[in-house]
Design a protein around this ligand. Structure first.
Ligand code: ACO
Length: 755
C-alpha cells in the first residue's frame, strides 16, 4: 500500500455518535479512501439502470465476445470513438447505434450483443451492475501498490468479467468457503458475554450487550493491515496464515462492501479467533485512542459506556482472546434449554479481573462448575431440592449486585465488598506487573514499580530498602498492584515456582491510610484467581508477627501443605517471621466468593420460608390444663411429630451402629475416604456433592445427623455419586449396589424405615 491515502488499516473512526463505523472502503483507491467508492458506484448503477436499452447494450457489448458468424475472436466491442480508459458510465455518448462497427473486429455492436436481445430488464441490470464493479476493480488494480492486495483485486476483476461473458453469478473459486473458523467471532463474543456477565442484573447485562454489539460492528468495518504491513510490525507471526485470512477478508467481506455483485459476508460471522487475535491488540489501542480524542463529541448517553465501560470490556475480552484455554472458543459452549446461551460459571463483573501488563499470558482456568443443563440428567437423592424450585427462587431474590451500595456496606457485609464495588466502578484497578529484560520498559509500569517499592518500604520498615528494591525490580518477581487514582496504594510481590508447585509471597502491604478497608482481602483474592489461572495452587509466605492475623483471615495457616522438599532452598527464610501456607481451591472464584455466599444464603432463606409456608398449620391451643390436667405426654400435643422427638442419643447410637456395620462391609472399601483428585480425573467436575464414609463419621460425631433423613441422604449420595461417575460394569459400581442393599437392610432392621 503506497501512502495509505485510501485504505487506512485500522479504525473506521468512532464518529460523533459514538463508535459508529464509517463507510467501508477498499484498498487505497479513490482519493479520500475508497469509502466513497461504495456510494459512487451505487449512484452510477442507478443512473445506468434508468438509461435506454441501446445504451445498456452498448455498455454490455464492451464485455461481450463477438457473435458474428465465423470464428471472430473479438472479446469485446470497441467504439470508434473510445472514451477515456477506463470506460466511464457517465460518459454521455449522444446516440448509441447498434450498427456501429467495432474498432477491433469491424463487426457491429449488434453482433456482440445478440445473446442479450431477449433477456429481461432485471437480468440486464444485474449484468450492468457487474460491469460497473468490474470497472471499479479495474481502477483499484491500477491504483493499488500493495502487491498482495493488487493481486486479489485482479483475480476478482477477472472473475467478474468472466461472469458477464458467461452471464452467470460470480462465484469465488476458493478452495475453502466461509465460515473459515468456528466458533465465529460473533459467537465467541456472545459466549464471552454469557460467560462473564450472565450473573449481572438485566440492566447491566443490557449495557454489556450494547458494548458487544458495538465491538462486533467495529470489526465488520475494520480495515485489516496488508500482509506486508503486518510483517513489518509483527515478527515471528504466522505470515502465511495471516495472508490467507487477509485474502479471504478482501474477497468475502471488504470488496463486496462496494462491489455488491459479489456475495458479502460479515467478518464477525465467517472468521473466528485466529483473525481476531491478529487484529485485537492494534484495534483495541486505536479504538481507545479515538474514544479519548473524540470524547467531547460523544453524546452524553454514550460517554460512560464508551469511556468507562468499553475499556474494561476490551481488557476482559482480550484476556479471553489470547488465552489458550478460554471456554468461549469451545464449540461445546452450550446453548441452554431455554434457547439462549448459558453461563459455565458465574463470571466476574466488568472490572473484576486483574489485567496483566507483563508479557506472560497465562492459561485461563477451565470451567469448573457443571453445566446447569446437566442437572436434569443427574440422579436425584432423597432430600434434593428440585432444580426448578431453585430456579424459581433465584428469580425472586434480589441480585446482590443490584442492591443499593449503602446496604451492601452494612455491618454484615463481607470485608471485601467495598473494594469489589470500587473496582466495578473503576475507582481502583488491579494489575500484575513486573520488570522485564525482554521488553522495552514501559514508563507507566516503571512508575508503578517505584510506587510499590515506596509502599513496601514504608509498611515494612524492618526490611532493608535496597532489598525491597532488588526484589520488586527483579524480573523473576511480579507484583499484583492496587492502583487508585493512578497511584499505587498497595500490592503483593510474589515469585512463582511452577516446577515446585507453589508461589512465595514476598511482600504484602497496603498504604497506611487505606488499610482495613478490604483492599488487602481483595488483593489476596485477585492473587488467588491469578494463580488458579496459572495452575499454581499453593502460597507460602513468611508472615510478619503483626500480619499473622491478616493472613489467617485470608485462609493461611501454619500447617504447611507443600512438602518441605519442594520449598527448602527455594523460599527465602526470614528471621522472626512465621512460615504460613494457603492451599487454593480451583473451583472457587475468589473475588466473587463472598457475593456467591451471600446469594446462596438468600436462596436458602427463601427456600426455608417456602417450606415453612407449606407446613405451617395452626392448631387450637390446649384446653386440658384449664380442666385440671397437670401433665400430658409431649407426643400428644397436636402438630408435634413423634419421629422427630426420638431421643437424640438413641438416634445417635442407632446411626453409629449402622455406620459401623456399613464401614465393616466387604464392599465398603471404595467409599471409606473422599475421592482423590489424582485417582479420579475430573471427579469434582462431575460430582457436585461428594460424600464418603469418613466424612459421614465426622458428621455423626459432631451430631450433625439430627434426623435419620439427613443420614440416609448422605449415604444415598455415596451410592448415587458412584453410579454417576463409574460405568455399570466397573467394580465400584457393583460395590455401590451391594453396599446399598446392605445399608437398607440395616436401616430396616433398626426400624428407621418400614420393613
Ligand atoms: N493483624 C490482624 N488482623 C489484621 C491485620 C493485622 N495486622 N491487618 C488487617 N487485619 C484484618 C482486618 O481487620 C480484616 O479483618 P476483618 O475482615 O475481620 O475485619 C482483615 O484482616 C482484612 O483486612 P483488609 O482491610 O482486607 O486488609 P488491609 O487492606 O488492611 O491490608 C495488610 C492488610 C496488607 C496486612 C495491611 O494491614 C498492611 O499493609 N500492614 C502493614 C504491612 C504488613 O504487615 N504486611 C504484611 C507483612 S508480611 C509479608 O509481607 C509477607
Amino acid at each position: 500500500m503506497a501512502d495509505n491515502a485510501g485504505m487506512q488499516q485500522g479504525s473506521p473512526a468512532i464518529g460523533a455518535a459514538g463508535l459508529v463505523p464509517a463507510a467501508p472502503g477498499a484498498g487505497g483507491t479513490e482519493g479520500s479512501g475508497a469509502a466513497g467508492g461504495s456510494a459512487r458506484i451505487a449512484v452510477k448503477k442507478a443512473q445506468l439502470r434508468s438509461s435506454p436499452r441501446p445504451k445498456k447494450l452498448e455498455k454490455l457489448g464492451v464485455y461481450s465476445s463477438c457473435k458474428a458468424e465465423g470464428a471472430c475472436k473479438c472479446n469485446g466491442w470497441k467504439s470508434q470513438n473510445p472514451p477515456p480508459t477506463p470506460p466511464r458510465t457517465d460518459q454521455q455518448s449522444s446516440a448509441v447505434n447498434l450498427q456501429e462497427p467495432c474498432r477491433s473486429c469491424s463487426h457491429t455492436l449488434g453482433d456482440h450483443v445478440t445473446h442479450l436481445e431477449n433477456i429481461s430488464e432485471e437480468e440486464m441490470n444485474r449484468l450492468l451492475g457487474i460491469v460497473l464493479d468490474v470497472e471499479y476493480l479495474y481502477t483499484c488494480v491500477h491504483k493499488e501498490e500493495d502487491a498482495d492486495t493488487k493481486q486479489v483485486y485482479f483475480s476478482l476483476f477477472k472473475l467478474l468479467r468472466k461472469s458477464i461473458v458467461q452471464m452467470g453469478k460470480p462465484m469465488l473459486e476458493a478452495q475453502d468457503s466461509p465460515p473459515f473458523e468456528k466458533p465465529s467471532i460473533e459467537q465467541g463474543v456472545n459466549n464471552f458475554v454469557q460467560y462473564k456477565f450472565s450473573h449481572l442484573p438485566s440492566k447491566e447485562r443490557q449495557t454489556i450487550m450494547e458494548l458487544a454489539k458495538m465491538f462486533l460492528n467495529q470489526i465488520n468495518y475494520w480495515q485489516l493491515e496488508t500482509p506486508s504491513q503486518r510483517r513489518q510490525r509483527v515478527l515471528n507471526d504466522d505470515a502465511a496464515g495471516y495472508k490467507a485470512n487477509y485474502t479471504r477478508w478482501l474477497c468475502y467481506c471488504n470488496v463486496p462492501q462496494f462491489c455488491d455483485s459479489l456475495p458479502r459476508y460479515e467478518t464477525t460471522q465467517i472468521f473466528g479467533r485466529t483473525l481476531l487475535r491478529s487484529v485485537f491488540t492494534v484495534m483495541r489501542k486505536q479504538l481507545l485512542e479515538q474514544a479519548r480524542q473524540e470524547k467531547d463529541k460523544l453524546p452524553p448517553e454514550k460517554r460512560t459506556l464508551i469511556l468507562t465501560h468499553f475499556p474494561k470490556f476490551l481488557s476482559m475480552l482480550e484476556e479471553e482472546v489470547y488465552s489458550h484455554s478460554s471456554p468461549i472458543w469451545s464449540q461445546d459452549f452450550l446453548a441452554g434449554a431455554s434457547g439462549g446461551q448459558i453461563p459455565i460459571r458465574p463470571g466476574n463483573a466488568l472490572a473484576d479481573r486483574p489485567s496483566e501488563l507483563t508479557s506472560d499470558s497465562g492459561e485461563k482456568r477451565k470451567p469448573t462448575e457443571p453445566l446447569p443443563h446437566e442437572d436434569s440428567k443427574r440422579p436425584r437423592v432423597v432430600g434434593d431440592i428440585p432444580l426448578e424450585l431453585i430456579n424459581e427462587v433465584m428469580a425472586t431474590i434480589t441480585d446482590p449486585a443490584a442492591i443499593p451500595e449503602t446496604s451492601l456496606l452494612s455491618a454484615h457485609s463481607a470485608r471485601d465488598e467495598a473494594a469489589r464495588l470500587e473496582e466495578r466502578r473503576g475507582v481502583i484497578e488491579f494489575h500484575v506487573i513486573g520488570n522485564s529484560l525482554n521488553q522495552k520498559p514501559n514508563k507507566r509500569i516503571l512508575m508503578w514499580l517505584v510506587g510499590l517499592q515506596n509502599v513496601f518500604s514504608h509498611q515494612l520498615p524492618r526490611m532493608p530498602k535496597e532489598y525491597i528494591t532488588r526484589l520488586v525490580f527483579d524480573p523473576k518477581h511480579k507484583t499484583l498492584s492496587l492502583i487508585k487514582d493512578g497511584r499505587v496504594i498497595g500490592g503483593i510481590c510474589f515469585r512463582m515456582f511452577p516446577s515446585q508447585g507453589f508461589t512465595e509471597i514476598v511482600f504484602c502491604a497496603v498504604t497506611s491510610n487505606e488499610q482495613v478497608k478490604g483492599y488487602g482481602t481483595h488483593l489476596m483474592n485477585h492473587l488467588k484467581e491469578y494463580h488458579i489461572k496459572h495452575e499454581i495452587l499453593n502460597f507460602l509466605t513468611y508472615a510478619d508477627e503483626y500480619a499473622i492475623g491478616y493472613f489467617k483471615k485470608q485462609g493461611f495457616s501454619k500447617d504447611i501443605k507443600v512438602p518441605k522438599a519442594k520449598y527448602v532452598g527455594y523460599i527465602k527464610d526470614y528471621e522472626g517471621a512465621t512460615l504460613m501456607g494457603c492451599e487454593l481451591n480451583p473451583s472457587i472464584p475468589y473475588t466473587e466468593f463472598s457475593v456467591i455466599i451471600k446469594k446462596q444464603k438468600e436462596i436458602i432463606k427463601k427456600l426455608i420460608e417456602r417450606k415453612q409456608a407449606q407446613i405451617r398449620k395452626v392448631y387450637p391451643g390446649l384446653s386440658c390444663f384449664k380442666e385440671g390436667v397437670r401433665q400430658i405426654p409431649i407426643e400428644s400435643i397436636p402438630g408435634i411429630r413423634k419421629k422427630e422427638l426420638k431421643d437424640p442419643d438413641q438416634l445417635y447410637s442407632t446411626l453409629k451402629t449402622i455406620l459401623q456395620h456399613v464401614k465393616s462391609h466387604q464392599n465398603a472399601w471404595p467409599f471409606m475416604e473422599p475421592v482423590k483428585k489424582t485417582e479420579a480425573p475430573g471427579y469434582y467436575q462431575v460430582i457436585r456433592f461428594p460424600m464418603d464414609l469418613k466424612t459421614m463419621s465426622e458428621r455423626l460425631k459432631s451430631r450433625y445427623y439430627t434426623t435419620r433423613k439427613l443420614f440416609m441422604a448422605d449415604m444415598q449420595r455415596i451410592f448415587t455419586n458412584c453410579r454417576e461417575y463409574n460405568p455399570p460394569e466397573s467394580e465400584y459400581y457393583k460395590c455401590a449396589n451391594l453396599l446399598e442393599k446392605f445399608f437398607y437392610t440395616k436401616i430396616k432392621e433398626a426400624g428407621l424405615i418400614e420393613k
